[in-house]
Ligand binder design. Structure first.
Ligand code: CMP
Length: 139
């Protein structure tokens, strides 16, 4: 089914000017970028976005990392977009990600892992709504 998912190019990716290379992976995989903006998240925004991880030991570091530089927020659209995007991103830990995946090829560490992608269709809708107004998504 045609789905939308939220993608974030993280500060380690923008710092190394990987936006174009990562976007090419999405487009080659049949994921169209129907919304996109480069922003510098506030601490409050990052904390709210990662609220589900609040109790995790890596939470404070993660928030600090996510506000260490600009990110690119994206809405990707395509057939089975949520699962498709997770497939091409690869595992959270780049050392465990399959060859040819974005994280295996570009990520620096389990934290600085270059991209975020929604983990379910339900969360995709929540995450998209958190960052994008309807008028900012153009299919
Ligand atoms: P993401 O898919 O955005 O979801 C949570 C993020 O926490 C994850 O990618 C990583 O950037 C970060 N993180 C840091 N350490 C860990 C860890 N040990 N396990 C999972 N995620 C981690």
């Amino acid at each position: 089914a045609l789905e939308r998912t939220l993608s974030i190019l993280k500060p380690d990716a923008t710092r190394r000017d990987l936006t174009g290379k990562i976007n090419a992976r999405f487009e080659e995989a049949g994921l169209r970028i129907v919304g996109q903006k480069r922003v510098w998240l506030s601490k409050a925004q990052a904390e709210k976005f990662y609220e589900v991880h609040k109790a995790r030991p890596f939470f404070n570091d993660l928030v600090g990392f996510m506000i260490s530089g600009p990110v690119v927020l994206q809405v990707l659209e395509g057939d089975n977009a949520v699962a498709r995007n997770r497939e091409i991103m690869g595992a959270t830990d780049p050392s465990k990600a399959e060859p040819g995946t974005i994280r295996r090829d570009f990520a620096e560490s389990i934290e600085a892992n270059s991209v975020h992608g929604s983990d379910s269709l339900e969360n995709a809708a929540i995450e998209i709504g958190y960052f994008f107004a309807g008028t900012e998504i153009v299919a």
